[in-house]
Ligand binder design. Structure first.
Ligand code: AMP
Length: 420
């Protein structure tokens, strides 16, 4: 072991488990790719002000959880705690909203950083795949995103997840609700910290996980009862559209989520096998965010799904993904001449798209066969001087143990047809 360990709250993705993470990212991206979403990649850090304004000065993410740094040049940067603000910043900077028709549909995949108290499912470095549809107000777009996330989870074989849905209102009706909620909250018996929250971000108080607080919230006014006609109709359309595609959801009138920028549609995907960190993904509409970061009015909607927690959800449900073999063929040369020939053959197989590996390090037959076994290869190719003199190699089926002699000139096609 080296003197160093991965920093607290982080872990390394190593084979073979890492293959599952790649497959999860791919499964989430696949429905997006066939729905008109283009891939975007932004830097791992941004100007700290982007998140302060975009995510919200009063959120835990900004006040407590950001990794911030001052560069030698005096720039104030933050490791990105989430994707939406960066993606919107990049889209505005590249004028994507002016370049073609709206919405601009983008997807991304990457690392995010939050200084949180580590526990199972909550890390300081984690991975998300996200999607944003920028510049259109259309219930069908909200519905599309919810359906695509649902399809992604289903394609992975997950069953025990639930979709929670709510509307957070808009600039017209939310302030009225906010004032009513503040009135109600001020009459409760709450600690100093929570009282302060009533002034800055009263909706977040609804999110408080403590029993003593939740008990007092029983009679709290609900945003549902304050929605303006526009928001109510919009929400009804979203519900209708996802229901029509057979996607089941639950209305959660208290769902507010931890970021300030959400308006109207808000949703979360939760998995019941994960304990306290049950949210596997979430998102919603953020009609005001573009203006908050200095852009034009661009009503938008998006989500981010957590890769780490999706993998935990697969484990909780006992789902094993059908992953392609890392190695299909493993070459075991006996002697110098055979090393040259089989090394060339491995190159040829790879060019033909066959996953092939080689017994490196001059191993003897026994150690080389052990390596072939460990690699998970379906077939081993073994050849020594006598085989080569006859123009053949031995092809060993690693499952049945059967071995046959195959002419060197036919080995590539033979393997291809055997692997189908
Ligand atoms: P959020 O931006 O907080 O809505 O997060 C979206 C998704 O990212 C969550 O549903 C989680 O799956 C994942 N996520 C957020 N924070 C963490 C974390 N600290 N560790 C692992 N996954 C996280």
């Amino acid at each position: 072991m080296s003197t160093f360990k991965a920093p607290k709250g982080t872990y390394d993705l190593i084979p073979p488990a890492s293959a599952t993470y790649l497959a999860v990212r791919d499964a989430i991206a696949t429905p997006l790719r066939r729905s008109g979403y283009g891939y975007i990649e932004t830097p791992g850090f941004e100007n700290v002000e982007l998140f302060a304004r975009g995510v919200g000065e009063s959120t835990d993410i900004v006040t407590k959880e950001m990794y911030t740094l001052t560069t030698k040049g005096g720039d104030e940067l933050a490791l990105r705690p989430e994707g939406t603000a960066s993606v919107l910043r990049a889209a505005l900077e590249a004028n994507l909203h002016k370049a073609g028709s709206l919405p601009v549909k983008l997807w991304y995949s990457g690392s995010y950083y939050r200084y949180e108290r580590p526990q199972k499912g909550r890390y300081r470095h984690f991975s998300q795949v996200g999607a944003e549809a920028i510049g259109a107000e259309d219930p069908a777009l909200d519905a599309e995103l919810i359906i695509l996330a649902h399809d992604a989870y289903r394609s992975l074989g997950l069953r025990n997840f639930r979709i929670l849905l709510n509307s957070l209102g808009d600039a017209e009706c939310r302030p009225v609700y906010r004032a009513a909620l503040q009135d109600f909250l001020r009459g409760l018996d709450l600690d100093e910290d929570t009282r302060r929250r009533i002034d800055i971000n009263p909706l977040r108080v609804l999110d408080d996980k403590r029993d003593a607080v939740q008990k007092q919230l029983a009679g709290a006014p609900l945003l549902r009862d304050y929605l303006c006609d526009g928001c109510r109709e919009y929400h009804a359309r979203v519900r209708e559209l996802i229901t029509a595609q057979g996607v089941v959801f639950e209305d959660d009138v208290k769902l507010v989520r931890g970021l300030d920028y959400y308006t109207r549609t808000t949703f979360e995907f939760v998995h019941d096998g994960l304990g306290s960190q049950s949210a596997v993904g979430g998102g919603g509409r953020y009609d005001g965010l573009s203006e908050m970061i200095g852009g034009p009015a661009l009503p938008s909607v998006g989500w981010a799904l957590g890769v780490d927690r999706t993998v935990l959800a697969l484990e909780a449900e006992g789902v094993r993904l059908d992953l392609p073999d890392a190695t299909s063929v493993f070459a075991v040369p006996l002697g110098e001449e055979a090393r040259k020939v089989l090394f060339g053959l491995v190159g040829e197989l790879r060019k033909e798209g066959v996953a092939a590996d080689f017994a490196y390090g001059g191993k003897g037959l026994k150690a080389a066969m052990k390596a072939a076994n460990r690699s998970g290869a379906r077939y081993a190719i073994v050849a020594g001087e006598r085989d080569l003199a006859e123009g053949v190699v031995q092809l060993k089926d690693m499952e049945s143990g059967e071995q046959e002699s195959v002419p060197l000139t036919k080995i590539v096609t033979t393997i291809q047809s055997k692997l189908g």
